[in-house]
Each structure stands twice: as structure tokens, then as C-alpha cells.
Write a protein that binds this ligand. Structure first.
Ligand SMILES: [Zn+2]
Length: 253
């Protein structure tokens, strides 16, 4: 029964936590701004009423604009809220009991890192580096010492492969293409999902990033070789999918 309550709680909390995650990602690294978060319009300071703070729904009702000054509300809000909800629902389907909670926390941390990366082109170390020891601990308690060692090896391979590409790219092109944050994030993916997940994480990461570029292109934003598109959000999605998709597919069979 405890499982049932936890599942319902995670899904009900999902979009609201997403609201908090998005406000945190917009404030990062200045945490003091979170308190004001979405309680007032960022432009005119108009206090928001409770019905304007309902995740996803309020954004749709307000058509993405402040009721008072008509300034556009950042599209990050509905994206963050919907993503947090999708993470909660998919984890509830894929996992049982405490494994669900772990997967949801993993997904929400990745979501926070992805949103900060969209805004600043930096993935906070508290996400990428922080998820490496936690992933190894989760693996140790779930699958034992041997598996934890294999995942540690995967973290090293994950970091090294992207770090080498980043260094070579910088040497050949004379500018930053990949950040070390991406390499640390792939290391975290290895720590949680293991060696065989690495190529999937990179493939999903590249695919998702290309999709974002394509959508931007359709919306009229030309992608040039020089225009930067963060790889972090795609890699973060890859990390979560590589971790949860095998269990998800198993549950559906
Ligand atoms: Zn306003």
C-alpha cells in the first residue's frame, strides 16, 4: 500500500515540484531569488493570485502572458512543469517502491541541470558531479560491489570520451564546442546506468539536440555553425531514458 501512496503523491506533486525546479533554475546560482520565484510577475511585479500559480494550466489560461502588463512569461515554466510531471509518471510506471522515488529524484535533478544549461550554457556541478557518487551508491545497494565498480568504470569512460572530443575540437577549431559539463554529465549517466548505456545516452542526446535545432529552424531561428545550442538538455534526457527505459519496457510486456 505504501507503494500506492508514494506513487500517487509523486504524480500529484510532479508539476508543482516542476514549478519549483524551474524557478530554482531561473534563479541559479542566486538562490535568494527563488523565494520570490513565480509569486510575482518578473516584469511589472504584479502579485500572482493562486489560480495563476497552477502549473501548466495557468500558463495556458494566461496564454503565456502576464495578466497585468502582457509581458511574455518564460516558456521555461510550462516546459519544466510538464517535464517534471512526465518524469514522475514514467518512473511510477517503470519502477516499484523506493526505486520509483530514486528514479524521480534522478530525473528531477537532471531536469534542473538541463534548464540551467538552456539559460546559462552551464550545467551546475552540483548536478553533474553530484550525481556520480549518488549513482554509484544506488548501484551498490541495488546490485552490489561488482556492479558499482563496473558503473565507476563507465563513469570514467563516459567522462574521458567527451573530454577528449572537447579538447580535440578546441584544438582544431580554436573555440569551445563541447563543455566539460557535458563530459561530467555523461559520467553521471555511466554511474547510474552503466557502460552499455553510454552510446545510447550520446545518441539520444545528439538526436534530441538536432530535434531542438530543427524546431528552432521551423520557428524561424537559423542555426549557424557558430550559434551555440547546449548539448546538456539532450544528454540529461538521454541519462534519464537510459536509466528508466529498460524497466519501463519490461513493465509494459
Ligand atoms: Zn507583468
Amino acid at each position: 500500500m505504501i507503494d500506492g501512496y508514494l506513487d500517487v503523491f509523486l504524480i500529484l506533486a510532479g508539476a508543482f515540484v516542476g514549478s519549483f525546479i524551474t524557478a530554482s533554475a531561473k534563479a541559479w546560482p542566486d538562490w535568494s531569488q527563488i523565494v520570490s520565484g513565480r509569486s510575482a510577475c518578473a516584469h511589472c511585479g504584479q502579485k500572482l493570485s493562486p489560480w495563476e500559480l497552477i502549473p501548466i494550466v495557468s500558463f495556458i489560461i494566461l496564454r503565456g502572458r502576464c495578466r497585468n502588463c502582457k509581458t511574455d512569461i518564460s516558456g521555461l515554466h510550462p516546459i519544466g512543469e510538464a517535464a517534471a510531471l512526465v518524469i514522475a509518471i514514467s518512473a511510477v510506471i517503470a519502477f516499484d517502491g523506493w526505486a520509483t522515488l530514486l528514479a524521480v529524484l534522478f530525473g528531477w535533478m537532471l531536469l534542473f541541470g538541463a534548464l540551467v544549461d538552456i539559460r546559462t550554457f552551464l550545467i551546475p556541478d552540483v548536478v553533474s558531479v553530484g550525481l556520480i557518487p549518488t549513482g554509484l551508491l544506488v548501484t551498490f545497494f541495488n546490485a552490489g560491489q561488482q556492479a558499482a565498480l563496473m558503473h565507476a568504470f563507465a563513469a570514467i569512460i563516459g567522462f574521458a570520451s567527451l573530454a577528449i572530443i572537447a579538447v580535440v575540437y578546441r584544438y582544431l577549431r580554436g573555440r569551445e564546442g563541447l563543455g566539460m559539463g557535458d563530459a561530467k554529465l555523461l559520467a553521471a549517466g555511466g554511474a547510474w546506468a552503466g557502460l552499455y548505456a553510454l552510446p545510447w545516452i550520446v545518441a539520444i542526446g545528439a538526436g534530441a539536440t538536432l530535434l531542438i535545432v530543427a524546431i528552432g529552424h521551423v520557428l524561424g531561428r537559423q542555426a549557424h555553425a557558430d550559434s551555440a545550442v547546449p548539448l546538456g538538455p539532450g544528454l540529461a534526457a538521454g541519462c534519464y531514458l537510459a536509466y528508466s527505459l529498460p524497466s519501463f519496457v519490461q513493465q509494459l510486456n
